[in-house]
Ligand binder design. Structure first.
Ligand SMILES: [Zn+2]
Length: 388
């Protein structure tokens, strides 16, 4: 019976083709309805600039009580185009071996389904601490939903419980940190001229070469930079990766180019803020000796904050009881955790399914893993929100 609900719910969730470019209206309505029926208070935080994009917050229990728990997951999925799927990615398929196949089964609608099942017999009036469910949009394209939510909460001076469980597919390993990602665009402006009269122009492509040189020097310095926590063992190598990612300039072979645009990305280490690094980058750009007649401007395009949750939280103890390993790990990818940390959460990443199959053709999760997740949700909610 329980298994039937779980699979049925996952089937419904997979059926919403919530690739990051599409609206999440339908899946948000489905999640809202289900939790509203259980007695949760439902709020939608819409992105004012992108219709159909919303974060869903479902709250229950005494909001001012200490402790409590946040359960969080994203509702969007990555695209499927060009991947060799053996069936419709948005139609859940079950194999004889207990595999559930479909886009988002692992990343991370499986966890959403586990929360629906795990909480389906919850009596919200018995909660002694707040239980807040945070379902976000556009995680896969830069954690835009949680960024918007964090900004709104900061503005409203609203907090969330510090214990925060994000159910990304980690194969039931507890991860407590990851690097962030900052995207920057540098635009160089020069003066166009006939290529027979180069002295009348100011070459933006030549200017960009000097910028790239300076960025290359900076990337060498940053490669030696250490984060707030020494990285040991199998963790990612230390140093802040800086990547000059693309460059576009010039139109025709006989015109001095008046414009060149380059984009770069860098990854602040776990626990490292991005503002000081952006300032350092800006100072580097300001110091570039540009050819006469050219100038540059830069713009931060996107910021996904890094995550560093301290060791020894109560939630850590609870999750380790269910974990595949007693080692705390580092995620190789960014999550909503960085944004949620900025509004008082101490996020831990832990969930069913493997990141190895996420974002791939025939993405899958096992029924067994999802059933384990259902029990984990029930048990952790009990422990954090002390249902009597
Ligand atoms: Zn994910």
């Amino acid at each position: 019976m329980r298994r039937a609900h779980l699979i049925e719910d996952l089937q419904t969730l997979i059926g919403f083709p919530t690739v990051s470019t599409s609206p999440v209206t339908a899946i948000a309505a489905f999640m809202s309805e289900r939790f509203e029926a259980l007695g949760f208070n439902i709020e939608h935080f819409d992105d004012p600039h992108h219709p159909g994009k919303t974060n869903v917050i479902c709250s229950a229990g005494p909001i001012d009580a200490t402790g409590g728990l946040v359960l969080s997951g994203h509702m969007d999925v990555v695209p499927t185009e060009g991947q060799p799927w053996t069936g419709d990615p948005f139609k859940l398929r079950t194999t004889d071996t207990g595999r559930l196949i479909g886009r988002g089964t692992a990343d991370m609608k499986g966890f959403l389904a586990a929360c629906l099942s795990g909480l389906e017999s919850l009596q919200v009036d018995r909660l002694r601490a707040p239980l807040v469910l945070v379902w976000t949009h556009d995680e896969e394209v830069g954690c835009h939903g949680s960024a918007h939510l964090a900004k709104t909460f900061e503005h409203l001076n609203r907090r969330l419980p510090s214990a925060c469980w994000i159910g990304e597919p980690t194969g039931f390993e507890v991860l407590r940190k990851h690097a962030g990602h900052v995207g920057v665009e540098v635009r160089l402006q020069g003066q166009a001229a006939h290529s027979a009269y180069t002295e009348l122009g100011a070459n933006a492509v030549v200017a960009s070469a000097r910028v790239v040189g300076a960025l290359d020097d900076l990337s060498r310095q940053w490669a030696l930079r250490q984060g707030p926590e020494a990285e040991i063992g199998t963790d990612r190598p230390r140093g802040i990766p800086l990547n000059v990612a693309n460059i576009h300039g010039g139109n025709a072979i006989n015109i001095v180019p008046d414009r060149c645009v380059l984009q770069l990305g860098f990854r602040p280490l776990p626990g490292m803020g991005h503002s000081a690094l952006v300032e350092e980058l800006q100072a580097t750009l300001d110091d570039v000796r540009l050819p006469d007649g050219t100038r540059l401007e830069s713009e931060v395009l996107r910021v996904t904050p890094s995550l560093l949750t301290r060791e020894g939280t109560h939630l850590q103890t609870l999750l380790l009881e269910h974990a595949a390993s007693q080692q705390l790990g580092t995620a190789g990818y960014a999550t909503d955790g960085g944004n949620l940390q900025s509004i008082g959460c101490e996020p831990l990443i832990f969930g069913p399914g493997s990141i190895q199959v996420a974002h791939q053709a025939d993405e899958h999760v096992t029924v067994e893993a999802l059933e384990q997740a259902v029990d984990q949700v029930r048990s952790v909610v009990n422990a954090c929100c002390s249902i009597d």
